[in-house]
Design a protein around this ligand. Structure first.
Ligand code: DGY
Length: 363
């Protein structure tokens, strides 16, 4: 008897018990190993599939779907989807979804923690202590910069940026932000945040946090010229995407004392790390884990599963995935905000964060 069940590819090992829901509707092909697949491997995996559950390890564009005539939906497990060529997939009629909202607070927690770790030299101090270098208590050991009362600059004021701003209130920080579109007054009030142009943000921030989505328009926007505008006592934290920062320019600034410290969760060539950054003591390096609490990572997979089931036309939301990126392909885009195309990111010199479902508030 012919196999009539749709087939879906799960590109990485994800939480098996969460992914199991797919088996109620589909034949599921699960990949056993974690890692980046080659374009040929992705094309081969997609060739006879109706849908796919993928992560940032899986770059997919026109080439990868050229021989996948049945492919109708790709559910990205992540709010950022710069691994996907959305215009090409939209042109191929493929619904793309991502996982906003469920990771907002967890990621904001981590951004704040990374900023604090850089400012207060927490990992540097721990390495020094473990190295046996703490021989006596001293008044001037590992002096850092204050977080309380300082000026926090947020570049990319979507929902995660707003979450970081709300946390800053507890530390009585002054919050400046820049976003491609200014937030409505009530949201600014709620975040206790003041809109600023990029140069003002760079010049005034004691701690600058990057939370904007990656697009070619923001490639290396934090370059040598931008870093030169920052205070030498400032810190830079990046929980967005590595390509936003020119890592060699950052290493120059950290080596020369042009910038006090940095906290990085994302890297341009990750998992490879610029060796100059690895050699520096005044940078906190973490392996792209900002959304990595157990509950949140499970929630991201659950949302992606729900998206895929709906996008492939089955389940309680058949045809209406909760968080589409290219809502032009979704039957009810108007529910998701006037003038917006679902969750799709606005790109431009300074873009919004990615996980918007409302016209004015995003990541
Ligand atoms: C995201 O959700 O974009 C995180 O970076 C993990 O993919």
């Amino acid at each position: 008897m012919a196999d009539t069940r749709p087939r879906v590819w799960v590109s990485q090992p994800l939480f098996g018990d969460v992914v199991a829901r797919l088996r109620e509707h589909f034949d599921v092909v699960e990949t056993a190993r974690v890692g980046k697949h080659s374009p040929d491997e992705i094309a081969a995996a997609l060739a006879d599939c109706d849908g796919a559950l993928v992560t940032l390890n899986d770059p997919i564009g026109a080439l990868e779907v050229a021989n996948a005539p049945r492919l109708r939906a790709i559910a990205n497990v992540g709010v950022g989807y710069n691994n996907l060529d959305v215009p090409a997939l939209t042109a191929a009629g493929i619904v793309v979804t991502n996982t906003p909202d469920v990771l907002t607070e967890t990621t904001a927690d981590f951004g704040f923690a990374l900023m604090m770790a850089a400012a207060r030299r927490i990992t540097e101090a721990e390495r020094w202590l473990r190295d046996g270098q703490w021989r006596q208590w001293s008044f001037e050991t590992m002096l850092g910069g204050d977080v309380h009362g300082a000026t926090l600059g947020i570049l990319g004021m979507g929902r995660i940026g707003q979450g970081i701003a709300r946390r800053a209130a507890g530390f009585r920080m002054r919050v400046l932000y820049h976003n491609r579109s200014r937030l409505p007054a009530d949201v600014e009030r709620d975040c206790n945040a003041t809109y600023a142009d990029v140069d003002t943000l760079l010049a005034h921030a004691d701690h600058l946090v990057l939370v904007l989505p990656y697009s070619p328009g923001v490639h290396h926007i934090v370059d040598a010229a931008a870093l030169a505008k920052m205070k030498p006592t400032a810190t830079l934290t990046n929980i967005a995407r590595g390509g936003i920062v020119d890592e060699d320019a950052l290493a120059d600034a950290l080596e020369s004392g042009r910038l006090a410290a940095a906290g990085l969760d994302v890297y341009e060539g990750e998992p490879a790390i610029n060796p100059r950054l690895l050699a520096l003591r005044n940078v906190v390096l973490t392996p792209h884990i900002a959304s990595g609490s157990l509950a949140t990572r499970r929630a991201m997979v659950a949302l992606a599963v729900e998206n895929l089931i709906a996008a492939l036309g089955v389940g309680p939301r058949a045809g209406d995935p909760p968080t589409p990126v290219n809502a032009a392909l979704s039957p009810s885009p108007n529910e998701r905000g006037v003038g917006m195309r679902g969750n799709e990111v606005e790109t431009g010199p300074i873009a919004h964060d990615t996980d918007r479902r409302k016209p004015t508030a995003s990541k």
